[in-house]
Design a protein around this ligand. Structure first.
Ligand SMILES: CC(C)[C@H](C(=O)O)[C@@H](O)C(=O)O
Ligand code: SF4
Length: 471
């Protein structure tokens, strides 16, 4: 198998057969489920009197609907209570491992699987959730699926799929101070657009990604879908293996050596054929922030909101819609935009290294008057580790709230919501209209460090100006 990409190799190794439709029947190694997209799938199984074929290959957690303040049961929200009950019942009935609240391992699905070593190189991973590409950071082929496909995986452990093309996104060089993995992916999406990846898997390659730790790689792969790519991945390397070694579900002893040799074998060949290759230079990336209503409407923090004439013709109608919705005028600097709410968390930036970066900047500073700022760890383990390091104390002292793990205000299927026209500085991945709970609420996406900068200044701030003053 020379001249093959990791994507090709993993796809071929998991191909059960070709269906009459021409689609591939693909075996799914790991299936992750949460409370939002699974109940109907289980209902469909029951309707057809089907069971779960390999219950050991499905792992469940609860994340979207969990309150991040009082988690006392029954939840105040009866719909949320019903959803968690349904998951509890389904997992009990079908013998599926469930990381429930208080288990010590609950959290956002894309945070908990990697931290337990469930996510491994060369796997096929599916989840009824569009940000499943996060797991591609390990060199897995991981993608989001719909509820009827969740049913298919439960019943057959396979999916009927069309093979994707592969685009290599090569970035080389070091990131400038104040520039993080989040800025890298916001920059890529800004340059390529939110639809460019449709029909593609994105392979992120080059020295910039090689220099990233696993959590940074997850941040990048997490947002592949925001660039239209259903799946994004990075070839596994020594960084991947060092992260995985010793985790709960990682291979042990002699199996470990065998696994590493196998994973190495799955890396894209040096002369692999790609359907497309795009080059970026890391040095050209500045702290990046979105000004509009898609993750592609981003600018460097020291730029002004773009004029329609500066944008390609096809992007102008959406820009007009965004000026109106966001109440931001073209030509105006984004720095200085007043913020109401500052949110650090989500499957993009709710991991320990994100909280460490944020705490570094928050230390010795205070949230500006009138700003509500809160930190939501991505999982119970992240919370526990952060507390062991004293990060929670740094945040609390700086005037941030310190919450229980969950998706929280990333999409506001829980009590954490914007109100009215509030504007949020958010470390999450989507800035769609109404995304954070209020039909007219506004979201600016940025790195956790930029969220802290906004929180302490009360307005969008170039994090580099604070870094210079950070001891
Ligand atoms: C609720 C879920 C299906 C949804 C997704 O697919 O991504 C959510 O996680 C999101 O981020 O919008
Ligand atoms: S944190 Fe946000 S993006 Fe991630 S799974 Fe939850 S709702 Fe979706």
């Amino acid at each position: 198998m020379s001249r093959a990409t990791l994507f090709d190799k993993v796809w071929d190794l998991h191909t059960v057969g070709t269906l009459a439709s021409g689609q591939t029947q693909l075996f799914i190694g790991l299936h992750l489920i949460h409370e939002v997209t699974s109940p109907q799938a289980f209902a469909m199984l029951r309707e057809r009197s089907l069971g779960v074929l390999y219950p050991g290959r499905t792992v469940a957690t609860v994340d979207h609907i969990v309150p991040t303040q009082s988690q006392q049961r029954p939840f105040a929200d009866t719909l949320a209570e019903q959803m968690i009950r349904a998951l509890e019942d389904n997992c009990a009935e079908f013998g599926i491992r469930f990381y429930n609240i208080g288990s010590g391992s609950q959290g956002i699905v894309h945070v908990i699987a990697p931290e337990q070593g469930l996510t491994q190189p060369g796997m096929t991973i599916a989840c009824g959730d569009s940000h499943t590409a996060t797991h591609g950071a390990f060199g897995a082929i991981a993608f989001g699926i719909g509820t009827s496909q969740v049913r298919d995986v439960l019943a057959t452990q396979t999916l009927a799929l069309d093979k994707l093309k592969v685009r290599r996104i090569e970035m080389n060089g070091s990131l400038c101070p104040g520039v993080f993995a989040k800025d890298v992916i916001l920059h890529i999406i800004r340059k390529l657009g939110v639809k460019a990846g449709v029909g593609y898997a994105y392979e992120f390659a080059g020295s910039t990604f090689e220099a990233m730790n696993m959590e940074e790689r997850m941040t990048v792969c997490n947002m592949a879908i925001e660039g239209g790519a259903r799946c994004g991945y990075i070839n596994p390397d020594a960084v991947t293996y060092a992260y995985l070694k010793g985790r709960d579900f990682a291979p042990q002893g002699a199996d470990w050596e065998r696994a590493v040799a196998w994973w190495e074998n799955l890396r894209s060949d040096p002369d692999a054929q790609y359907d497309d290759t795009i080059h970026f230079d890391a040095a050209e990336i500045a702290p990046t922030v979105t000004w509009g209503i898609t993750p592609g409407q981003g600018i460097a923090v020291d730029e002004t909101v773009p004029w329609p004439e500066e944008l390609p013709g096809e992007d102008r109608p959406l820009a007009e819609e965004a000026y109106r919705y966001m109440d931001l005028a073209p030509g105006v600097p984004i720095v200085g935009t007043k913020v109401d709410v500052c949110f650090i968390g989500s499957c993009t930036n709710g991991r320990l290294s994100d909280l460490r970066e944020a705490a570094k900047l928050a230390r010795g500073r205070h949230v500006a008057p009138g700003v509500k700022a809160f930190v939501v760890p991505g999982s119970e383990r992240v919370k526990q580790q952060a507390e062991a390091e004293g990060l929670h104390a740094v945040f609390l002292e700086a005037g941030f709230e310190w919450r229980e793990p969950g998706c929280s205000m990333c999409l506001a299927m829980n009590p954490d919501r914007l109100e009215g026209r509030q504007l949020s500085a958010s470390s999450s991945n989507r800035n769609f209209k109404g995304r954070q709970g209020s039909a007219r609420g506004r979201t600016l996406l940025m790195s956790p460090a930029m969220v802290v900068a906004a929180a302490v200044q009360g307005h969008i701030t170039d994090v580099r100006t604070l870094l210079e003053a950070t001891p």
